[in-house]
Design a protein around this ligand. Structure first.
Ligand code: TYM
Length: 347
C-alpha cells in the first residue's frame, strides 16, 4: 500500500444530488429535495442535479414507464425552479463516468458495508438472496455519482444520511489506499423542517412513492381536489394543536402536518403554532389544504405544460449530460491513472 501523501487539496464548493425516476414524485421529494435544490442554485453555487435512471433499474421498471417517469421527473425539477441553464440537469445513463467510476468504487467498498445499509434491508426484505446484485451495490453507484464530480455538498432528505456516510467512507478508503488526497469527504446537507415528510396515513412512516396506498402521499401530479381530499383524510389525533413545539412530542401525525405547513409556507414550526395554537384539525386541515394547493398547483400546471413537449425535455437532458460529462471525464481519467490503468488509446 502506498504512503499517504499529505498534500492538502482545496475542493471548490460543488453541489450534486439525485432523484430516482421510479414513480411519481411526492410532496416529500419536493420539500425534502427539489425545493431545496432550487434554493441552492439561487445561492449562486455550482449545482448538478441528476435523474438516476441507473439506480431505478435496481428493481424492475417497465421500460416505457421508466422513460415517461424520467421526463416527468425532469419536468418536476424545472417546474420547481431548477433552471437548466444555471444548474446542470441530466439523466445518469447519458454520462458514462457514473458506471465506470462505480466499478472502481465497487472494488474499494466492502461487501459488509453494503449489507449494513438499511435501505437495502428494507427493499430486499426477507428475500435478499433473490434481489438484484445492483440493489446491493447501489450505494457504490451513489458514491460514484457524487465523487465523479468531486462534489463537496449533497442536499438530501434524512433517509439518505447513511448513504452519504458510506460515500465518505469510500472516498476516505480510496484516498488512503492509493495515498492521495483526490476525493473530497462530502458533507450531507440535511436542513430545514421537511427532511423527513411522513405518510399521511401513519406519521411514523416516511412518505414514499413506493407506498402501496396512494392516500399516504401527495403526488406532484395530483389535482387540487385530490390534494384537498388527501389532507382532509390525513390521520390525526383528537387533541387541538399545542402552543409549543415540545407539545408535538409523541404526536407524530400532528407534527407531520405542522411540519408540512411550515415547509410550504417557509415558516418555523413555532411560527405555525403561534398562528394555530388551540385550533382543531377541522380548522387546520382546510388551511393546510389551501396552502398546499396554492403552492403545488402552479408547479403541477407547469409540469403538465413541459410534459406536452417531450422532445424539448430530452434536448435539455442531453445538453445537461454534455456539460456533466465535461466535468466528470477528466476526473475519471485521473482515477484510472491513480489505480494503474494504461491509457494509450488515441481517440
Ligand atoms: P429518492 O429518489 O428516494 O429521493 C430523492 C430525494 O428526496 C428525498 N426524500 C424525502 N425527503 C423528505 N421526506 C420524504 N418523505 C422524502 N422522500 C424522499 C430523499 O432523501 C432524496 O434526497 N439514493 C437516492 C438517489 C441518489 C442520490 C445520489 C442522491 C442516487 N445518487 C447521489 C444524492 C446524491 C434516492 O433513492 O433518493
Amino acid at each position: 500500500m502506498a504512503e499517504p501523501v499529505q498534500t492538502p487539496q482545496a475542493f471548490p464548493t460543488r453541489i450534486f444530488s439525485g432523484i430516482q425516476p421510479s414513480g411519481s414524485l411526492t410532496l416529500g421529494n419536493y420539500l425534502g429535495a427539489l425545493k431545496r435544490f432550487a434554493q441552492k442554485q439561487n445561492e449562486g453555487i455550482e449545482t448538478l442535479y441528476c435523474l438516476v435512471d441507473l439506480h431505478a433499474i435496481t428493481v424492475w421498471q417497465d421500460p416505457a414507464v421508466l422513460r415517461q417517469q424520467t421526463r416527468e421527473a425532469a419536468a418536476a425539477f424545472i417546474a420547481s425552479g431548477v433552471d437548466p441553464k444555471r444548474s446542470i440537469l441530466y439523466n445518469q445513463s447519458q454520462v458514462q463516468a457514473h458506471s465506470q467510476l462505480a466499478w472502481v468504487l465497487n472494488c474499494v467498498a466492502r461487501v459488509g458495508w453494503m449489507y449494513r445499509m438499511t435501505q437495502f434491508k428494507d427493499k430486499a426484505g426477507s428475500n435478499a438472496e433473490n434481489s438484484s446484485l445492483g440493489l446491493l451495490a447501489y450505494p457504490a453507484l451513489m458514491a460514484a455519482d457524487i465523487l465523479a464530480f468531486k462534489a463537496t455538498h449533497v442536499p438530501v432528505g434524512e433517509d439518505q444520511r447513511q448513504h452519504i456516510e458510506l460515500t465518505r467512507d469510500i472516498a476516505a478508503k480510496f484516498n488512503h489506499d492509493y495515498g492521495v488526497n483526490f476525493f473530497p469527504i462530502t458533507e450531507p446537507l440535511i436542513e430545514g423542517v421537511a427532511t423527513k415528510v411522513m405518510s399521511l396515513r401513519d406519521g411514523t412512516k416516511k412518505m414514499s412513492k413506493s407506498d402501496p396506498s396512494d392516500q399516504s402521499r401527495i403526488n406532484m401530479t395530483d389535482t387540487a381536489d385530490a390534494i384537498a381530499k388527501k389532507i382532509r383524510k390525513a390521520k390525526t389525533d383528537p387533541e387541538p394543536l399545542p402552543e409549543t413545539v415540545e407539545g408535538l412530542d409523541g404526536r407524530p401525525d400532528a407534527k407531520n402536518l405542522v411540519n408540512i405547513y411550515a415547509a410550504l409556507a417557509d415558516m418555523t414550526q413555532a411560527q405555525v403554532l403561534a398562528q394555530y395554537a388551540g385550533a382543531q384539525f377541522g380548522t387546520f386541515k382546510p388551511a393546510l389544504a389551501d396552502l398546499a394547493v396554492a403552492k403545488l398547483g402552479p408547479i403541477t400546471a407547469e409540469m403538465n405544460r413541459l410534459m406536452a413537449e417531450p422532445d424539448e425535455i430530452d434536448a435539455i437532458l442531453g445538453r445537461g449530460a454534455e456539460r456533466a460529462d465535461a466535468i466528470a471525464t477528466p476526473i475519471l481519467n485521473d482515477v484510472y491513472d491513480i489505480v494503474g490503468m494504461i491509457r494509450s488509446r488515441q481517440v
